[in-house]
Design a binder for this molecule. Structure first.
Ligand SMILES: Cc1cc2nc3c(=O)[nH]c(=O)nc-3n(C[C@H](O)[C@H](O)[C@H](O)COP(=O)(O)OP(=O)(O)OC[C@H]3O[C@@H](n4cnc5c(N)ncnc54)[C@H](O)[C@@H]3O)c2cc1C
Length: 572
């Protein structure tokens, strides 16, 4: 059941208390309550997702991300050295479903190399691609696109599952000219941009059709799927909204291990404590989880003491190693009206499209306007490798993502197409730290973008590759001109463009990194237990130690699935 008021809860003691009803947290809540003997309380700071139209309608997602609003934590980054000291809004969802309820819905799993690298780094083969792959199938419910078009040749059914929980589909609204030109490019430039039937197979390189967490024309989130009515009616599952956790309380050091008596949270003006008889599970995300740990006295003891927070466990990696992917955009004005701007800049078409969505959950509002992704590698003989190590997880992993579509280009004068160029494996690192000892003050978020030579080099190369893509003959009569003529710029000027315009991908991870038990850094062990503690686990994206070459929600779902299995293995 979902509760808005703490006084309606049946009590404040449960087997498991999960902090954060976000992407991973709701997966854990669902899987643990499959066992009728386990009672679970989820504490979510944010609001209900019920009826939030900007979250439900894929095309309207920007409504949740522009400007301060109640569905957001409304964070801002620290000044970013690599972005010419700009500070940038840093979206984090404050709504049941977490970031799965306001993200871009792109569904990408990462490469087999990525997960095999996690297994090597942790010494736990359970994190390898082959062992995680069944979890991708367990979480995913492959769904026909909203327009029910023939999807033959657009994906590989053998790497998907129709039996899972969270809907994933191909685009449900066609952009025939643009779609044709992208696929034709893979024929005209097959060496550089080969067609990839399904980049979610573990082998990502090439150009493939976009897959999204959308089902029946509506966004699928961890709340709409894992907390769907048939699950939320379980008697042992309790979700409390408007409950912001401040810290873990009543620390107790017995022998080697540290335990906590409960979780303190604020609702309205009052503080309450929820107790977990088996485990406290932190699923508050890559910002929320380290924030709570540090306010509980777990972190760099010197930094905590300086803020007047009593240190209970010196774990300096908490909040460090923060990693995010920078994105730069390139746009071209085009000789076509089959573009997203033809809808957004024409109120009549916009209203018609919205009406169509309301009628039948079809039409342009069933997606966001991106259609394909190209995954490419830096050339093996790139000069940057003389001084920098290759950051990709392996030889089959991409360094650069180029996502493309007719949406997202800033071209008020006419019609346009756009590409989002992503540095997939950044080597720059940032942090999540505290500005005060008040748990309700926002933390300092430093995604640490574009601080290293190889990161800015990769962004530059990504732009060049995007321009190479549209040099395929098929684009000749379609493209009028680049919106910013980036290829004419000197290296210095191109760097300036990147530093002045790049934005964070909002894929932050690594702030409570999982490493081998005896590693010199890290926060959790490969079973996701906080090192040197007992009864506290972290199950969210913050545990992923290195960026996968992907958008990150699919990883958050499988972390939830495997994390839940690890908990069950301990207590069943
Ligand atoms: C704007 C944006 C666009 C994105 N686009 C994509 C995309 O297109 N594709 C993709 O794969 N990934 C995308 N991502 C990334 C992806 O959505 C996230 O990596 C993933 O959802 C993170 O899951 P999580 O469970 O770790 O955290 P979250 O989903 O953020 O869940 C954390 C939950 O904990 C709650 N919480 C935090 N602190 C507290 C507290 N103190 N007390 C109680 N509750 C608390 C939060 O309110 C939230 O509900 C995007 C992210 C953003 C922000």
């Amino acid at each position: 059941k979902i509760y808005e008021d703490v006084s309606d809860l049946p009590g404040l003691e449960y087997d498991f208390v999960i902090v954060g009803g976000g992407t991973s947290g709701n997966v854990v809540a669902n899987r643990l309550t499959e066992n009728p003997n386990f009672s679970v309380l989820v504490l979510e700071a944010g609001v209900s997702n019920e009826g939030v139209i900007d979250s439900i309608v894929p095309f309207l997602v920007e409504g949740l991300l522009s400007g301060p609003n109640i569905y957001e934590w409304n964070y801002t980054t620290t000044p970013q050295i690599g972005l010419n000291n700009r500070t940038i809004p840093y979206p984090r969802a404050h709504i049941l479903g977490g970031c799965s309820a306001h993200n871009g819905m792109v569904y990408t799993r990462g490469s087999a190399d990525d997960f095999n690298r996690y297994a090597a780094l942790t010494g736990d083969p359970g994190w390898s691609w082959d062992r995680i792959f069944p979890y991708f199938l367990k979480t995913e419910k492959w769904t026909p696109p909203a327009d029910h078009h023939d999807t033959d040749g657009e994906f590989d059914p053998t790497v998907h599952s129709t039996d899972g929980i969270n809907s994933v589909s191909l685009n449900g609204y066609p952009w025939p000219i643009f779609d044709h030109h992208v696929i034709q490019t893979t024929r005209e430039l097959p060496e550089e941009f080969p067609f990839n039937l399904d980049f979610n197979s573990g082998q990502m390189l090439g150009v493939g059709w976009l897959q999204s967490s959308i089902g029946g024309g509506k966004r699928s989130t961890s709340a709409t799927s894992y907390l769907a009515p048939k699950f939320i009616q379980r008697e042992n599952l309790h979700v409390l909204l408007h409950a912001q956790v401040s810290k873990l309380v009543d620390p107790n050091k017995t022998n080697e291990d540290l335990t906590f008596g409960g979780v303190e949270f604020l609702q309205g003006e009052s503080l309450f404590t929820a107790k977990a008889t088996k485990e406290i599970i932190l699923s508050a995300g890559s910002v929320g989880t380290p924030n709570i740990l540090m306010h509980s006295g777990i972190g760099d003891s010197k930094a905590l003491t300086a803020l007047g927070i009593p240190s209970v466990l010196d774990l300096p990696s908490v909040g460090q190693n923060a990693t995010d992917q920078p994105i730069v955009s390139a746009g071209w004005s085009v000789n076509s009206t089959q573009t997203v701007d033809s809808i957004t800049q024409n109120m009549t078409r916009y209203d018609e499209a919205f009406a169509e969505w309301n009628r039948s959950h079809t039409g342009p509002f069933v997606e966001v306007g991106a259609t394909h992704i190209a995954w490419v590698r830096l050339a093996a003989d790139s000069p940057i490798f003389e001084n920098s190590t290759d950051p990709a997880a392996g030889p089959d992993s991409p360094h650069i993502e180029i996502s493309m579509g007719t949406g997202g280009a800033p071209n008020p004068a006419g019609h346009a197409m756009a590409m989002g160029i992503v540095v997939l494996n950044p080597t720059s690192r940032g942090s999540v730290t505290l500005q005060s000892n008040n748990p309700f003050d926002p933390p300092l978020i430093d995604p640490g973008l574009l601080k290293t030579d190889i990161d800015i080099y990769t962004a530059r190369e990504g732009i060049k590759r995007a321009y190479r893509f549209v040099q395929a003959p098929v684009w000749q009569d379609y493209i009028i001109a680049p919106i910013n003529a980036l290829l004419n710029l000197s290296t210095e000027a191109l760097d300036e463009f990147i530093r002045n315009t790049a934005t964070p991908g909002s894929h932050l991870l690594g702030t409570a990194a999982m490493t081998a038990m005896n590693a010199s850094w890290g926060v959790v062990d490969p079973d996701l237990l906080v090192k040197h503690t007992s009864g506290i686990r972290i199950i969210d994206l913050s545990i992923i130690p290195l960026m996968p070459s992907a958008h990150t929600q699919a990883a958050a779902y499988v972390v939830g699935e495997r994390g839940a299995d690890l908990v069950k293995a301990r207590w069943e």
